[in-house]
Design a protein around this ligand. Structure first.
Ligand code: EPU
Length: 337
């Protein structure tokens, strides 16, 4: 077991924040994971996946276990679908490309989302009209203290908008080691309902899009709006889009009749944060090396050497200003440590 000390995590988090791990180990199997969990090197354990949904605000005084468990396996095939089991340490987008290569449908709208397969279910990643819940079959997980292995079915995961049991009752309790997806092998359910996809396909004069065409459309939309973490540190959407009651919504829309919104139910409305933050005049602004992206106000960026604390201060400032101007409370989507 190779444990490193005072390891820089700069290249292990997509914000590119330079904090150190007191102890660090990368594990490539369930056996190695269990060994690390039982090692007692430090009383605290910190699990690290792709580091794409976290803001690290100080050094991590713990044993950081980096999940690097690979593997792609077709475990069942029937007439119209396939079950594929993917290692928790696999890079999400590489899994999407594998699915497209094999003409397996269901994850094409989720192209180019940063992060790993094993952490994707925790926040039920979603984009362009599709969420992970739509293709999730089950996942395997190891209990952090007992090291018992358990399978979680879709129902047990309690998926919701950017939410699952692993963000609530079972927060910090299990480590996901692989995820099984049910993907279609024919009669793919092509989802082009999200405005921009149709626009891109129209521009390319594609009327019967393949999985690859959808994936490419999503990639071009994401590239045009969202910064590449390899070039500019960021963590995707920093905040969740707030869901507000009818009264708050009506007050808001009276002030901004042109603003976009989604009706969630007869009582609830989702308002895009990007729009709120833009209207609060933060879009494209920079304080030191911390800033708000110029093309998508929901994304906070690290222009180089911002500390996690500086990015957090900016996030708090935005929350206060959005509250002052729209009386809407916005909550971070990323995990803050
Ligand atoms: N908007 C603005 N100003 C901005 C950004 C957006 O006015 O600076 C408006 C847009 O014009 C549009 C609306 O807000 O009318 C929605 O924007 P967009 O389609 O870019 O989606 P979003 O609500 O900002 C969500 C997800 C993204 C996902 C996209 C596409 C959340 C928190 N974010 O963003 O997910 O890629 O939809 O499905 O739900 C992520 O989670 O990291 C992420 C990038």
């Amino acid at each position: 077991m190779q444990i490193e000390e005072y390891k820089s995590l700069k290249s292990y988090n997509t914000f590119g924040v330079a904090v150190k791990a007191r102890y660090f180990i990368s594990v490539n199997s369930v056996k190695a994971l269990k060994k690390a969990l039982k090692s007692k090197v430090h009383e605290r354990i910190f699990i690290l996946g792709g580091g794409s949904n976290m803001l690290l605000t100080s050094d991590i005084d713990a044993l950081v276990i980096h999940i690097n468990i690979e593997g792609r396996e077709i475990i069942q095939r029937n007439d119209s679908s396939v079950l594929v089991k993917i290692g928790g340490g696999e890079i999400w987008h590489e899994f999407v490309l594998y699915a497209i290569e094999n003409d397996f449908g269901g994850v094409e709208n989720l192209s180019l989302i940063p992060g790993n397969v094993g952490t994707a279910p925790i926040q039920n990643i979603g984009a362009y009209g599709v969420e992970l819940v739509d293709v999730f079959e089950s996942c395997s997980a190891v209990h952090r203290e007992t090291c018992d292995e358990r399978i979680f079915t879709k129902d047990e995961m309690r998926f919701a908008y950017r939410d699952s049991i692993f963000k609530n009752e079972l927060k910090d309790t299990y480590v996901i080691t692989d995820v099984t997806f049910r993907l279609t092998t024919k009669n793919h359910k092509i989802n082009t309902s999200y405005g921009d996809i149709q626009k891109v396909l129209l521009e390319k004069e594609i009327t019967e899009p393949t999985l690859r065409a959808i994936s490419e459309a999503v990639i071009s939309i994401r590239r045009s709006k969202l910064p590449d973490p390899k070039v500019l540190g960021n963590s995707g959407s920093f905040f969740k889009n707030p869901i507000v009651d009818k009264k708050t919504f009506e007050l808001f829309i009276e002030k901004f009749p042109q603003a976009p919104f989604y009706k969630v139910s007869d009582f609830d409305y989702k308002i895009p944060d990007g729009c709120l933050i833009e209207k609060a005049r933060f879009k494209g602004k920079q304080w030191g090396d911390a800033g708000v992206h110029k093309n998508q106000a929901l994304v906070l960026v690290n222009y180089g050497n911002a500390t996690g604390k500086e990015i957090l201060e900016l996030a708090q400032h935005i929350q206060e200003k959005v509250w002052e101007f729209a009386q809407i409370k916005i909550e971070p989507e990323v995990n803050i440590f």
